[in-house]
Design a protein around this ligand. Structure first.
Ligand code: HSE
Length: 411
C-alpha cells in the first residue's frame, strides 16, 4: 500500500481528493497498486467533509511518513509551496503540482532536486488545466524539433474577449460577469494583465527548448486596453482578438516568447476557441501542426491532470529524463521583442487611404471607414517593432493618430 498526500485543500486540492475517492477502484486497477489518500495539509478545518480525519497542519507529518510516496501541491503561490515541494522531493517523494507560478519561477531548481533524489516533479495541470500538453511535448512529440507554440492559455481573458465580441459588452462589464461567474478573481490582475498566460508560456517554452525561461524575459501585454469597438471591427474584417501566448524559434535559433492580444484570422482554429476553453497549437518538424483543446481551468478538470501525474509517479521508480530543462545562467537564447515582426490591424484617425499607403506601403484591400471618419485596415506587409514605431511617428507628424493596433497571428 502506498499513501498519497495533498498540500492545500482549496478548489483544486479538494477536487484531487474527491476524484481520487470516487474513482479509487478504477485507478488502482489501472496502475496495479493499492493506494490510500493519507493526508491533506491545510491550516483550515473542514469538520463536515468526509475527509476531515485526513487533515493535518504540519508538513513534517507527511515528510516523516515513509509510506507517502507521492504528494500533490495545490496551494498556489511561490511560498510556502516552494519550501514544501523541495522538502518533499529531498525526502524522495515525487510531487505533482497545478501551480504555474511555482513552475515558471522555480521549475529548474525543483526538477534538479527531483533528479538528485530519484523522484519526479510533474506539472501537467499547470498549463491548460485538463488539456494534456506537458506529457505530449516530452513524450509523444519527443522526436520533433519545435519551431512554434501558440495558444489561448487563459480562460478568464478568453471569456471576457468572447463576451465583448458576441454580447457587445465592454471590457469592464465582461470582467464583472467573469467575476460573478467565479472565473476571474476579485483582484483580476494576473489574468487581465497577462501574467498567468506568461507563466504558462514560460513553462511550455522551457520544456520545448530545454532552457528555463523566466517570466521577466517575456514581453507581456494584457487585455485591459482592448476596446469593444476593435473587437467588432476586427470581426468585420474576419479576425477575432485573442490573448495569445506564443513562442517562436527564429532563424537565428533564438526563441521569442510573447503574450499579447492579437488578431486571429477566422480560418485559424484558435479564433474559434470560446468561453473559458483553452487551446494550444504546437509546430514541429515531424508533425507539422498539432492542436490541443479543452477545459483550461476548474475543479475537476484540473484535478484530473494532477491525479494523472500522481498515478504515473506512483508507477515510476526513478526520474524520467525527458521532462526537464536547465538554468543556463543567461538570457542570450531569448531574442529581444524589437525583433517581433507581424502584419498589423490598425485603426487610425484618418480615412485617407492614399496617405496611409504612403506610410505603410500597400494596405490590404479590405478596409472599413467608421462613422467617425476613422479607417480600419490590415497591412499587406509585416513590420518589425522599429518600423511600427517609425510609421506611428510619421503618421503623427501628418496629424494622424493610431487609435488601435493589433498584430496578426501567423500560427
Ligand atoms: N485564472 C486561470 C484562467 C485559471 O483563467 O485560465 C487556470 O490557470
Amino acid at each position: 500500500m502506498e499513501k498519497l498526500a495533498v498540500l492545500g485543500c482549496g478548489v483544486v486540492g479538494s477536487g484531487v481528493v474527491e476524484l481520487f475517492e470516487k474513482n479509487k477502484n478504477l485507478i488502482e486497477k489501472r496502475c496495479g497498486k493499492t493506494l490510500e489518500m493519507g493526508y491533506i495539509l491545510d491550516l483550515r478545518d473542514f469538520p463536515d467533509k468526509p475527509y476531515a480525519n485526513k487533515l493535518v497542519k504540519n508538513i513534517e507529518i507527511i515528510l516523516n511518513d515513509p509510506e507517502v510516496t507521492v504528494v500533490a501541491e495545490c496551494m498556489g503561490g511561490v511560498e510556502p509551496a516552494f519550501t514544501f515541494v523541495k522538502s518533499c522531493l529531498e525526502h524522495g517523494k515525487s510531487v505533482a503540482t497545478s501551480n504555474k507560478e511555482l513552475v515558471a519561477s522555480k521549475g529548474d531548481i525543483l526538477l534538479q532536486t527531483a533528479k538528485e533524489n530519484h523522484c519526479n516533479f510533474f506539472f501537467e495541470a499547470s498549463v491548460g488545466g485538463a488539456i494534456p500538453i506537458i506529457r505530449p511535448l516530452h513524450k509523444c512529440l519527443i522526436a520533433n524539433e519545435f519551431s512554434a507554440i501558440a495558444g489561448i492559455l487563459n480562460g478568464t481573458t478568453n471569456f471576457i474577449l468572447n463576451k465583448m465580441i458576441t454580447a457587445d459588452m465592454d471590457f469592464a462589464t465582461a470582467l464583472a460577469l467573469a467575476q460573478e461567474k467565479g472565473y476571474a478573481e476579485k483582484d483580476p490582475t494576473a489574468d487581465v494583465e497577462g501574467h498567468d498566460a506568461c507563466r504558462k508560456i514560460c513553462i511550455l517554452s522551457s520544456l520545448a527548448f530545454g532552457k528555463h525561461v523566466y517570466p521577466e524575459s517575456v514581453y507581456t501585454k494584457g487585455i485591459r486596453e482592448v476596446e469593444l469597438k476593435d473587437t467588432k471591427l476586427c470581426e468585420k474584417l474576419g479576425y477575432a482578438i485573442k490573448l495569445i501566448a506564443r513562442v517562436q524559434m527564429l532563424d537565428n535559433h533564438k526563441i521569442l516568447p510573447t503574450v499579447m492580444p492579437m488578431a486571429v484570422e477566422n480560418d485559424n482554429l484558435l479564433s474559434d476557441v470560446n468561453g473559458v476553453y483553452n487551446a494550444v497549437m504546437v509546430r514541429g518538424d515531424g508533425i507539422g501542426k498539432a492542436m490541443f483543446y479543452g477545459r483550461g481551468a476548474g475543479k475537476f478538470p484540473t484535478a484530473s491532470a494532477v491525479l494523472g501525474d500522481m498515478i504515473e509517479e506512483v508507477q515510476l521508480s526513478d526520474t524520467i529524463p525527458a521532462q526537464t530543462w536547465e538554468n543556463v545562467g543567461n538570457t542570450d537564447f531569448i531574442e529581444d521583442v524589437s525583433k517581433f515582426t507581424a502584419k498589423y490591424y490598425f485603426r487610425t484617425t484618418s480615412a485617407d487611404v492614399n496617405l496611409l499607403s504612403e506610410v505603410f506601403g500597400e494596405i490590404a484591400s479590405q478596409t472599413i471607414s467608421t462613422d467617425e471618419e476613422e479607417l480600419v485596415f490590415v497591412t499587406e506587409h509585416a513590420l518589425n517593432r522599429m518600423e511600427l514605431e517609425t510609421a506611428v511617428k510619421t503618421l503623427a507628424q501628418k496629424g494622424v493618430q493610431v487609435l488601435a493596433q493589433y498584430p496578426i497571428l501567423v500560427a
